[in-house]
Ligand binder design. Structure first.
Ligand code: ATP
Ligand code: MG
Length: 556
């Protein structure tokens, strides 16, 4: 079954099915409309999978539209990263990329149309006064003294706004709707404001910029969008969306439908907060692997399929909820368990010397890349007299539950021989520096001939041939489940969200590329860090552990 066939229905798909059945539409046209003021995050992935997924499944179209009406906060860096992230997630937009700024001329004409109809006016109240006059949920708004100017005066004033004759905040264009409306958005919303800012697409052509509510509905209509899908906070704005389209001369009448945002535990999802983490250097950039951004998740080792699967599992509803971080992790774990080749790395090494193995000899072992998938082949792993094992995998004394290496006892080295710890050497502080072992050369790929049982299996890396690597272990970025609810969310950053270790990896990993995840035997899933790893200074990121250790901690 293909991914698309497996996609479950939701209330939006039911609306579309009905619209098609009723003949209201003959095809479906959606859009994904990010504002290029930050990098995309996993919440945007939900919207991307919804909009592009619908277009795919209904053989319709989905536009990528940059909703670029705030020149001060936007940048082409964000435009480029967004295009890249959408493509990486596996989606193609229909036709050319769209920009709301492409429609600035048309939007201006529509504003003039509203003025001519007596439905918009130039207001010279200050932004503070406008806020004050707007009233509140319990108090009606108050009309601006400029509300009843003639269409002629308003046209001339709007033209002056465009010509740059008003300073910022000295004039704006407002829709003339209803200052007593129970919907705050309908109390004469601002349609245009003055901003002397250079725009990343239109340069210095404009010093007035249209507001989101005026721009979005018209952009949708101009592009022939049938179903305009957005998050619940725009529910009230739907009144204004419809009002604008009903009062201008435009053919298409798209409809807005709202669904709940994705909220994920132990992270923040607003671009403003993510941007603060970046600008205050609380993380290492937008693509820090701890960030919930698409670029951060990619660098952490998430695959596009795992993110699409996550979006499928969470579904689309109108209920606000908070998703456990573990559900995102289980999607990538399921994917990598199936598809990641196995390899060995030692994260916190201690030296093993095998006394009875010839010094300088190198035995090449062939080890399967996946325990259940012979089609994934095998690789060569060198075995030498000196090895690294995890410090944690050795104890001087232990009870039977400890199935690793114990002084005087045996353990199997994964894919290699059974070894026995004979004696140890310690430094002046009492730390073990070397574990001297013997090996049973009859045990490669088979049990000891005399029938004795060796239960434990540990991983290892050749000390002579293994490669040093920095290993980055990531944990939740915040210590509280809902950092956005904190007064100072940045103060709840988890100081242990990044732990750097100096370990060793088997030599086959010299050829690892950033887009290939590995299961490091017994330690988790890892990938090359796409930014910092160098051929002679490897850096690996832990994508996710083998099991959901977090869930265990919380229930204990
Ligand atoms: P943020 O609050 O993170 O800044 P935004 O809504 O301002 O997000 P936009 O660039 O305007 O970001 O969003 C583009 C589209 O993605 C919108 O349709 C928006 O509704 C949707 N979107 C944004 N955040 C989420 C989320 N957490 N879950 C689902 N959809 C989202
Ligand atoms: Mg926005």
């Amino acid at each position: 079954m293909s991914e698309a066939e497996a996609r479950p229905s939701n209330f939006i798909r039911q609306i579309i099915d009905k619209d098609l059945a009723d003949g209201k539409h003959t095809s479906v046209h959606t859009r994904f409309p990010p504002e290029p003021n930050g990098y995309l995050h996993i919440g945007h992935a939900k919207s991307i999978c919804l909009n592009f997924g619908i277009a795919q499944d209904y053989q319709g179209q989905c536009n990528l539209r940059f909703d670029d009406t705030n020149p001060e906060k936007e940048d082409v860096e964000y435009v480029e990263s967004i295009k890249n992230d959408v493509s990486w997630l596996g989606f193609d937009w229909s036709g050319d990329i769209c920009y709301s700024s492409n429609y600035f001329d048309k939007l201006y004409d529509y504003a003039v149309e509203l003025i001519n109809k007596g439905l918009a006016y130039v207001d010279e109240l200050s932004p503070e006064q406008i806020r004050e006059y707007r009233g509140s949920l319990t108090a009606p708004g108050k009309a601006s003294p400029y509300r009843d100017r003639s269409a002629e005066d308003n046209l001339a004033l709007f033209e002056k706004m465009r010509a740059g004759d008003f300073a910022e905040g000295k004039a704006c264009l407002r829709a003339k709707i209803d200052m007593g409306s129970s919907f705050m958005v309908m109390r004469d919303p601002v349609l245009y404001r003055v901003r002397f800012a250079e725009h990343h697409q239109t340069g210095n052509k404009w010093c007035i910029y249209p507001m989101y509510d005026f721009t979005h509905c018209i952009s949708d209509a101009l592009e022939g969008i049938t179903h305009s899908l957005c998050t619940l906070e725009f529910q009230d704005n739907r009144r204004l969306y419809d009002w604008v389209l009903e009062n201008i001369t435009i053919d298409c009448q798209p409809h807005q439908y709202e669904f709940s945002r994705l909220n994920l535990e132990y992270t923040v999802m607003s671009k403003r907060k993510l941007s603060q983490l970046v600008s205050e250097n609380l993380v290492n950039g937008w693509d820090d692997p701890r960030m919930p951004t698409i670029s951060g998740l990619r660098r952490r080792g998430f695959t596009p399929a795992s993110i699409r699967e996550f979006c499928k599992r969470i579904g689309v509803t109108k209920q606000e909820n908070m998703i456990e971080f573990g559900s995102l992790e289980s999607c990538i774990r399921d994917d990598l368990n199936e598809n990641a080749p196995r390899a060995m790395s030692v994260l916190e090494p201690v030296k093993v010397v095998i006394d009875n193995f010839t010094a300088d000899a190198v035995e090449t072992l062939n080890i399967a890349n996946h325990p259940n998938k012979p089609e994934m082949g095998s690789r060569e792993v060198p075995f030498t007299r000196e090895l690294w094992i995890e410090r944690d995998d050795f104890r001087e004394e232990a009870n039977k539950k400890y199935k690793r290496l114990v002084l005087g006892k045996e353990v199997r080295l994964r894919g290699a021989y059974v070894i026995k710890a004979e004696r140890i050497e310690k430094d002046a502080e009492g730390n073990i520096t070397t574990i001297f072992c013997s090996y049973d050369d009859e045990t490669l790929g088979k049990n000891p001939a005399d029938g004795r049982k060796v239960k434990g299996v540990i991983h290892w890396v050749s000390a002579d041939k293994g490669l040093p690597a920095q290993i980055r272990l990531y944990d939740r970025l915040f210590t509280v489940a809902n950092p956005a609810a904190e007064d100072n969310f940045a103060a709840t950053i988890n100081p242990e969200s990044l732990v750097e270790l100096n370990g060793f990896v088997e030599p086959s990993l010299a050829l690892a590329t950033a887009d290939q995840g590995y299961q490091f035997e017994r330690t988790g899933y890892f990938c090359i860090d796409s930014k910092d790893s160098q051929p002679d200074a490897l850096v690996f990121n832990r994508t996710v552990g083998l099991r959901d250790t977090w869930a265990k901690i919380e229930t204990n």
